[in-house]
Write a protein that binds this ligand. Structure first.
Ligand SMILES: [Zn+2]
Ligand SMILES: [Zn+2]
Length: 405
């Protein structure tokens, strides 16, 4: 009996010691001492009195065929450094919603889940009765607004959707700055365009790489009617030089968007470049100012570190990004040394003859210039900018202003 009591006391004592030892251990040890998520700030200069805002005007959520929720898209855009986001779910493809209903739908008495009817369709049903849309597209945007408000982000949301009527091989189009998305719907996409226009919206032809294959007569007709305001000159990492030329020649809006369906971190995270976006040169971050800037074509497209647009704006951007100063001068030989400081988050690839100077963000390089051997005239910093594109698949030659105030 005594032995048993001893054994019991020993067990209790051992357990309490173990418990005491456990209590001396911390409940949680933080492996990384981060307390907040950090937004990537993309620093860009002011250009001719305009601020440069960063926008993605083409993204998808689970309400069409995307992988992220509306809140997820909003968070992602904010942390990626954007100022403007348009969630543009497909009118016709709602595979995400269908998948959700498969999982969450209540079961019928026969054990089968309640059948969910797809909203909208790319094909007219055999009975010829248009099923219309059975989803409230405005609600998607209300949810995004709720997310922005709840988080306190300074992120401007642009209301839009993607119209993708493949049945006639017409391509995909975004309606942007629309008041009521539900009422623009029409099975005939041209009628839908007219509804967008009635609401003062903007129509962008998305990923137009295969434009020639897409019923050129129809495209020509809708363009002549003024129903197409602009094009995606870049979609993800795809740049369309022919469309770029068309936009410059015909004075149409140029956008660069991700068209993200999955997560942007998967696509861009390892490349070293920011996600594809449109730089919008506007006075302020409001619906009116951003829409006005688009209509006035004050945009520069960013894709994979490349900058695409009107030569005038590219020239201004480079000159406001780089501070160039005369550092040293040899009056006898005429040799001058200049410092070029990049004051932005962008990388510039500056070619001079066979040499390419890669000017990384917030770095300074020095370059020296003498006299032209033939004319004897002084030479000044001038580069072919290898990561900028102007029309005809060409890089611009840009003079860098020296010692500007
Ligand atoms: Zn599309
Ligand atoms: Zn899309």
């Amino acid at each position: 009996m005594k032995k048993l009591v001893f054994a019991l006391v020993f067990v209790v004592f051992s357990l309490s010691t173990v418990y005491a030892q456990q209590k001396s251990l911390p409940v949680v040890h933080r492996t990384c001492n981060e307390v907040a998520n950090r937004r990537t700030e993309i620093i860009l200069p002011q250009v001719k009195g305009f601020n440069i805002y960063k926008g993605d005007f083409h993204t998808h959520t689970i309400y069409s065929d995307g992988a992220a929720s509306t809140t997820g898209r909003v968070d992602e855009a904010w942390y990626d450094g954007l100022d403007i986001l348009a969630i543009t779910d497909h009118y016709e493809s709602n595979s995400g919603v269908k998948r959700f209903f498969k999982v969450a739908a209540p079961y019928n008495s026969d054990g089968k889940p309640t059948k969910y009817v797809a909203p909208g369709s790319t094909k007219m049903p055999k009975d010829g009765v248009d099923p219309g849309i059975k989803i409230d597209f405005n609600a998607i945007h209300k949810e995004a607004e709720w997310a922005v408000g709840r988080r306190g982000y300074d992120l401007l949301l642009v209301k839009g959707c993607e119209m993708a009527r493949n049945n006639e091989k017409l391509g995909h189009f975004n309606a942007l700055f629309v008041e009521d998305l539900n009422s623009i719907y029409n099975f005939d996409v041209k009628e839908a365009f007219k509804n967008v226009k009635k609401q003062g919206g903007i129509i962008i032809h998305n990923h137009p790489g295969n434009i020639e294959a897409n019923n050129p007569e129809w495209h020509e007709a809708v363009r002549k009617e003024g129903l197409i305001d602009g094009y995606e000159v870049a979609n993800g990492f795809a740049y369309y030089p022919r469309i770029h030329k068309r936009c410059v020649d015909e004075k149409l809006i140029m956008l660069g968007n991700t068209d993200v369906h999955g997560m942007n971190s998967h696509k861009y995270g390892t490349t070293g470049w920011f996600r594809t976006m449109t730089f919008v040169l506007a006075k302020e971050l409001t619906q009116e100012a951003i829409k006005e800037a688009l209509l006035e074509r004050r945009t520069i497209v960013y894709s994979g570190g490349d900058l695409i647009g009107e030569e005038e704006w590219l020239n201004e951007l480079l000159n406001e990004s780089i501070q160039c100063q005369l550092a040293k001068e040899n009056k006898k030989s005429g040799t001058r040394i200049y410092t070029l400081s990049n004051l932005t988050s962008l990388t510039y690839k500056l070619r001079r003859g066979n040499t390419i100077y890669t000017l990384e963000p917030f770095e300074t390089i020095t370059v020296s210039y003498g006299k032209d051997k033939k004319s004897g005239k002084l030479l000044y910093p001038r580069f072919r900018v290898e990561n900028m594109w102007v029309t005809d698949y060409k890089h611009p030659y840009i003079d860098i202003k020296v010692d500007k105030k």
